[in-house]
Design a protein around this ligand. Structure first.
Ligand code: OGA
Ligand code: NI
Length: 387
């Protein structure tokens, strides 16, 4: 079986327009990798996953099952829920309650769900469909958008960064910069219009949440907006495709990592797979069709001097259906040099040392994107002391 799978991969590399299942049945198994010194170049897990009769997965995509670790279930309703409508148009009393809840969620979880956000369900399903349309394009068409550099405004590919990885994730992706300059792939038809609408709506929500988060830190509401130059803030649209996997216990959609920005807002089709780390244990987030799943990123941790830690999270795959998620990352402007807010380093109890050195967001982003995705290793580079 392994050899058969290997043949699949070679065919994908050549991008030949032939049926993979047929090829696997008719070609004779290769004794070994004819290019042992070269990593196998695979451009799409979707193509491999869709080959009929796939009952196993290639060694290139296999992770030791113990990496999956134990997953705890948390009591129903314990993941924080933020009612966005109360943050935006609630009474002063309701609003200050939500600000408090936001602060607690950032501090205790680094994660929360946002309900009553006002984005029509229709727009959410249209953007998910648009992304599906992108992943359904022919491999050659997707290759037009593969990009060459990690800071290229449009990039598509598989896994996270195949040039540095030894084992690959069961994931294809499309990453697009949508602010301050809006980009979009030109295919499939209609994606760019929907993406513009969706990006603007989500950006508004992220700004509203960041206003509340500023206040929860005891800062002025507009503090983060100004300090992070959000007027020119980097907003990145990341569509993830996790095809049905015959051996989900051996594969990984995305490894444990934290996001580089301030806040990420995620939606998904009806299939769950996101897990977050809470008090050292992995917790299934599940599916919540009409809410945004929001996680704090490294730059909120830096800005808040460690009060709000970025949350570790990962994506699991399953054998029941293809999952699509859209993570919208919101960060400072590329040329912001981010260090802990000076206002948070002085208090009546005395001065608090800065726990992170300043780094230009562009350099941080480049560092994170050009390496392996590995926990919070990027943040460790700017951390001064254990916090
Ligand atoms: C991401 C991410 C998780 C998911 O794109 O950064 O963490 O569930 N995605 O797709
Ligand atoms: Ni992430």
């Amino acid at each position: 079986m392994c050899e058969h799978i290997y043949i699949h991969i070679q065919i994908i590399q050549l991008s030949l327009p032939i049926s993979f299942s047929m090829a696997a049945e008719t070609a004779s198994p290769l004794p070994s990798n004819p290019f042992p010194s070269q990593p196998t170049k695979i451009t799409s897990i979707k193509t491999l996953a869709e080959s009929t009769g796939l009952t196993s997965i290639p060694a290139t995509h296999t992770f030791p099952p113990d990496l999956h670790g134990q997953v705890t279930s948390v009591p129903e309703g314990s993941i924080p829920v933020i009612d966005y409508s109360l943050l935006i148009s609630g009474t002063p009393g309701q609003r200050s309650k939500i600000v408090h809840e936001l602060g607690r969620a950032c501090q205790d979880w680094g994660f929360f769900m946002v309900i009553n956000h006002g984005v029509p369900q229709k727009l959410l399903s249209s953007i998910l469909d648009g992304c599906k349309g992108f992943f359904d394009l022919a491999e050659e068409e997707k290759q037009e958008f593969k990009g060459n550099h990690v800071l290229d405004p449009i990039r598509s590919g598989t896994s996270f960064n195949v040039s540095v990885e030894k084992a690959f994730y069961w994931r294809d992706f499309l990453k697009v910069f949508v602010h301050p300059v809006f980009y979009s792939p030109t295919k499939p038809a209609g994606l760019s219009e929907i993406s513009l609408q969706y990006s603007q709506r989500v950006r508004e929500i992220a700004r509203g949440l960041l206003t509340g988060i500023s206040e929860s830190l005891g800062l002025e509401g507009s503090y983060i907006e100004k300090a992070m130059d959000l007027e020119r803030g980097k907003q990145i649209f990341i569509a993830n495709l996790y095809p049905t996997c015959p051996r989900p216990e051996l594969a990984m959609g995305m490894p444990p990592h934290s996001d580089h920005g301030l806040l990420t807002l995620l939606i998904q089709n009806g299939i769950g797979g996101l897990q977050i780390q809470h008090k050292g244990k992995w917790v299934n987030v599940g599916t919540h069709s009409n809410s945004f799943l929001v996680n704090t990123g490294d730059h909120l941790e830096i800005l808040s001097n460690g009060r709000y830690k970025s949350v570790l999270h990962r994506a699991m795959v399953n054998s029941k259906g293809t999952r699509i998620s859209i993570a919208m990352a919101h960060g400072p402007s590329l040329d912001s040099v981010v260090s802990p807010a000076p206002e948070l380093l002085v208090s009546s109890e005395g001065d608090e040392p800065a726990a992170y050195i300043g780094m230009k967001y562009k350099d941080y982003l480049e560092l994170q994107q050009s390496n392996k995705l590995d926990g919070k290793s990027c943040l460790d580079r700017v951390r001064i002391s254990a916090v």
